[in-house]
Structures are given as C-alpha cells and as structure tokens.
Design a protein. Structure first.
Length: 637
C-alpha cells in the first residue's frame, strides 16, 4: 500500500523596513576607555570638523583630538600626552596652511601646552618652554590666532586661578612674550577674574568673557583686545537688575554688538543673556526661568536678528547628569522657543556651538548614555542647512537588530550581506548581550537610512559572519525605537510542486521550494528569507532543516551567510540567506529542500497525513535592499 501525504497552503506576506534616510542632520559619538570631555569644535577648510577635548580614566588625562568629515564620519583621532600627569585641551585653531593648533594645559602644575598637528593629525611641534613658566599659569588655557599667525593664549595664575595671564606664541611654537593682565577687580581671598571664553573679533583683535568678583557677588564682563593683543576696554555688568553671575560664552554679532550667555546670581540657577554695543555698553539683559536649574553654555547669531543659545539643565547642585536644551530668542532677547536636545534618558552637556558654512550649526559636548559617573563620551550634533535637528536621536546598537526596526528577525540578515567586510569604529563594550550599546556612526548608511554600525553586532569594528551570532542569540527580542518606522510590502514568488514532495526512509519528508520560474525569473537577487508555520502534530520541528544542495542560488555564488531559526513550541521554522560578495544574481528554479522529520506519534500505520504549511514573512531583496517587485505567490499543481 502506498503512503500519501496531502497538505494545504495558506499564504501571507509582510515585511518591515526603515525608509527614513538620516543624512542630515546627524550625530556622532567618540570614546575610549574612561570619560571624554569636548571643549571646542571648529569647521575646517575642507568642510569637516575638528574637536578639542580631553579624556580621563579617573586619574590622569590626555589631549583627545578628533577629526571628522562633513557627515560626521571619523577621519582620525589622536591621544596626545606630555608626561605622566594630566593634559586638558580647551581650544583648537586652524592655520592658513590647514594645520591645527591645540591649546590647553599640562603637567601637575597646570602650565600652558600647545601642540601643532598637520591635516592628517601628525604632530609637527609641541611647545618646549612649558616647564619653564610659573606654576598654575596655564589654568583653563584657551587660544586665538592673530592676523600675523601668532597665537594668543589666555589663562590664569595663582592657585585659585583668579589672576588673568597671557602668553603670545610665535607660529613655530616658541614663546614670544608673557603678560600679566591684572584682574578687573583687585585679587583677594577667592576674589579676582576668571576667563571662560575667547573669540576673535572683526577688527583682528579678540574679546574675553567670564566672571569677575567673588562668590555670589561675581558678575559677568567683556574685555576687548586689539590686533596687537593690547587691552582696549572692559565692561563689568553690575548695574541694578543685572544678575548675570558668570558668562560662559561670547560672540560678536554681524553689526558689531556683543552677546554673552551664562547664568544668574546669586545662586547660578537660571540661563541669562546680555547684549552690549561695540563699546561694551549694555543694551539689554534677559534671563529665562524654568522649573529646573539652567545654565547658558554657548550661543550663535542665527537668522533675522535671532540668536540660538545652548543650555545645561539639572535638578540640583551636585548633580552628575544633565539635559541640554536649545533656546531661540529674538533681537530683544525675548524667548521664542525652548526645546530639549536629544530628549532621551541619556545625560548630555553641550559646551560649544558654531555656525556652519551650509547655514546650519554644529554643537559639541558630552553624552552619558549609561548614566554612570566617568562614562561620558564625546558628542557632536550637526543640524541640516535650515537648523533642524528633529530627526536626530541617540542611535544605539542593539546587537542583532541590524535593520534597526525594533525587532531581531531574518530581515536583519539582509543588511549583514550588504555590509559584509565593511569596517568602522569599534566599541569599548564588545558584547552581543541585549542592551543598548553606543558607538559612533560609520561612514556609510544603507538605502533605508540605517547606519552600517548596526551590522557590527559584536562591536569589533568589522562586519563578518560572526555578526550573525547576535541575530541567533537575540532572535525575536524587541526594543522601543526612538522614532517611528514605515512599512513596505513584498511578495516574491516562492512555491511548492506538490507532486515532488517525497518521503524518505518512512520518517523524513522532503519538500522542494522553488523561487522564480522561466516566465517570471528573479533578477538582481542578493538576499531572502521566509518563515514556515508547520503543524506540530506529526513533526519533530527541532530537526527541521533547509538544504541548499543543487539550489540555483549556490550555482551562481558560494559566498553566502545563512541562518536557521526554529521555534518548536510555536511551530515555526525560519530561514534567511544573504550573499556577501556584493554581486547580485538572477535566475529561477529550485531554491532548496525543506526537510521535516515525522515524530513518533505519526507512527507507521497510516495511509495519509493532512497538514498545513503556512508561509509568512517572505522577502527577497536586491543589494540596494530594494524589495524585488512584481512577483506573486502561487502553487504549481
């Protein structure tokens, strides 16, 4: 008596893919072990960006300099150290030749130290006179270039850092002159003048701002210097009703006025702004109350007379974690909008903001995604040319969710094939455990807008077959996305010829699956996956497999990665395959053999078995990740 198998088909199709490209705006993150603190960012002559920062492992610190291209992709990063003590970089300057000057302090005695780098990040010179100057003369050292190529370094001396000091350095790094600037008020017990910012002015000179006075009686000031670095005038904003305790940043506006931002006196609780004319005379003062503590950190001139201000937000003094916001004000200082930057659970502190050549802006600071003290990463955010940053979010890697749609499934294998062999920044935490991992964006994104970094599931800086392990280990895990995704349907032709189903050794069912026909061939295939729901009554799903022997796909290419996932308790078998040689193939015919094993309950005394095969999640895509269109599902009888 001949045994027969009969089966019924029910077919459905769906696929989720992210269609939101995120070329602009963008964000980038950079880290080594320990914490990184960004202090200055400049757009470079090649339209990239260079960031001066320092990194600390909890003990000493080093200069940390990062160069990125116009899309935020890393070009190089340098860790620069003078000795076994601490170095902290506060300013970066680009020379007319395209070299970079890093200004900060070094040694255990806080002395000024300058480093010159070429465009590739190689060190050209470091200042050799550092050890010869007085102790603490480089506290919070910042710099600006004069028109003749000399470098002005402003800093402080004495152990409390309240006595301003200046160094003028030749373009070859040799020391030209030292100047004691004399505090704007007499030096006393915790009383004097601190310099928090230096910016060039349109007459070839520069302007300083910070705090002068002592304790809660301190007030913000402006201090103007000419093109020879000689003091021209100073203004302390101590008028009645003007309660800015300290200014953190200064800019010169296009009409010659000056604007500073900082925080109020006496308790440093509120972001405040002062606008003064070209002679330093007060025009207006404004503060911006909120339900939390806020401190203005930087500002830029924007459009139609408006200005943008970055602020640090925190719940109380002694806090280690912060939020950041962007305030938009009109020409009279009236607040027009106040919006959080990266409204996430991460801690962010924005320290620097600059206008960019395309009409937008770039900001730099630190982000702490784990809310752990000492785990800050350097953070850069670039707006689009209109100033929009709405599309930017903290783009974590969830190992296995390669297409970043919120779930680990076979769709993630497709991007692994496209990105195979790609390299980029590695992660400090090289793990595939299911939690959000931070790494900065890689240089490329797939057409759906997902950055290549999500394909490096194990964090070692290269996409290899080992990255498929995270998909298998974290399969079906989900997480909440920072923004919505959209969907698209695919219906490639995957079919079964019932008469070709065979029974081997009375316990193994072989079901040939075909993809494409001679009349409807599949063109430009690079990856595919499908799911089969199988009735558990007759089959031992744990032994289900898919055999590619004699497949038309392997006839064209032996370079592929595949994944099999079995959920026996749900009666599901899933298979995914992606090519990895970046070459598409076309064809039709046998895809492979689905092999099912009959379980003991089926027995051997039967004439026929009726069972259902439900194919779902059928997907085929090109190298571009475009879905292969105009194909239908059918059964050949």
């Amino acid at each position: 008596m001949k045994n027969k198998l009969y089966f019924l088909f029910s077919l459905s199709f769906y696929i989720t893919i992210n269609l939101h490209a995120q070329n602009f705006p963008w964000s980038s993150f950079f880290s080594n072990e320990g914490a990184e603190f960004a202090y200055d960012i400049k757009q470079t002559s090649n339209n990239g960006y260079i960031i001066a920062a320092y990194g600390s492992d909890g003990g000493s610190s080093d200069y940390y300099v990062v160069k990125v291209d116009q899309f935020g992709a890393l070009e190089w990063q340098k860790i620069i150290s003078k000795d076994n003590y601490s170095e902290r970089a506060f300013s970066v300057l680009e020379t007319e030749e395209g070299d970079f000057i890093i200004v900060g302090n070094a040694t255990s005695f806080n002395k000024p130290w300058l480093v010159k780098l070429n465009p590739q990040g190689d060190t050209l010179w470091t200042t050799q006179w550092t050890d010869e100057v007085q102790n603490n003369s480089g506290l919070l050292a910042r710099g600006v270039l004069l028109q003749d190529g000399r470098i002005v370094v402003v800093s402080h001396e004495d152990q409390y850092g309240l006595d301003p000091y200046m160094f003028i350095v030749n373009s070859d790094g040799s020391l030209f002159e030292e100047r004691d600037l004399e505090s704007l008020i007499p030096i006393g017990w915790y009383t004097g003048t601190t310099i928090n910012d230096i910016e060039p002015t349109n007459d070839g000179g520069f302007i300083l701002t910070g705090s002068t006075g002592g304790g809660t009686g301190s007030r913000a000031y402006l201090w103007k210097f000419n093109a020879n670095a000689d003091s021209s005038w100073s203004s302390i904003f101590n008028e009645t009703g003007i309660w800015m305790r300290s200014a953190q940043s200064v800019i010169q506006l296009s009409n010659g006025d000056y604007m500073i931002t900082g925080f109020t006196a006496p308790n440093a609780t509120t972001t405040a702004v002062v606008r003064a004319n070209s002679a330093g005379e007060l025009i207006w003062y404004q503060s911006y109350n909120d339900t939390v503590y806020t401190n203005g950190t930087d500002l830029i001139e924007w459009k139609s007379g408006e200005c943008l201000i970055t602020e640090k937000r925190f719940s109380g003094f002694g806090e280690s974690f912060f939020q950041s916001a962007l305030i938009r004000i009109d020409s009279q200082g009236n607040m027009l909008a106040r919006d959080l930057i990266l409204g996430s659970d991460s801690s962010t502190t924005i320290t620097q903001m600059r206008r960019t050549n395309d009409g937008g802006y770039v900001i730099a600071g630190e982000i702490n995604e784990y809310l752990s003290v000492g785990q800050q990463d350097l953070f850069v955010l670039k707006s689009d040319s209109l100033g929009n940053i709405d599309g930017v979010y903290v783009d974590y890697v969830w190992p296995g969710d390669v297409n970043y749609d919120g779930e680990v499934n076979m769709a993630d294998l497709m991007i692994l094939g496209v990105t195979a062999g790609s390299t980029g920044p590695d992660r400090v935490d090289k793990s595939i455990l299911w939690y959000p991992h931070y790494v900065t964006d890689w240089a490329d994104t797939v057409v759906s807008g997902v950055n290549y970094k999500h394909a490096d599931t194990d964090g070692n800086g290269i996409v290899t077959i080992s990255d498929t392990l995270a998909i298998s280990q974290n399969y079906s895990f989900t997480h909440i996305l920072p923004n919505g995704k959209s969907t698209s349907l695919s219906d490639p032709e995957l079919f079964v010829v019932p008469d070709e189903i065979t029974l081997i050794n009375n316990n193994e069912v072989h079901i040939p699956l075909y993809l494409g026909t001679s009349e409807n061939s599949v063109t430009d295939l690079y990856g595919l996956y499908f799911q089969v729901e199988i009735e558990e009554e007759y089959f031992d799903l744990s032994s289900t497999s898919f055999d590619l022997e004699n497949s038309w796909i392997t006839n064209f290419s032996a370079n592929y990665w595949d994944i099999v996932m079995i959920a026996s308790e749900e009666g599901k078998f899933e298979y995914g395959l992606t090519l990895v040689d970046h070459e598409e193939i076309s064809g039709h015919g046998l895809l492979g053999i689905l092999m099912l094993t009959l379980n003991e309950s089926a027995g051997n005394n039967w004439e026929e078995i009726n069972f259902n095969l439900n194919f779902t999640n059928v997907n085929a895509n090109k190298f571009s990740l475009d879905l292969i269109p105009h194909l239908i599902m059918r059964i050949i009888t």
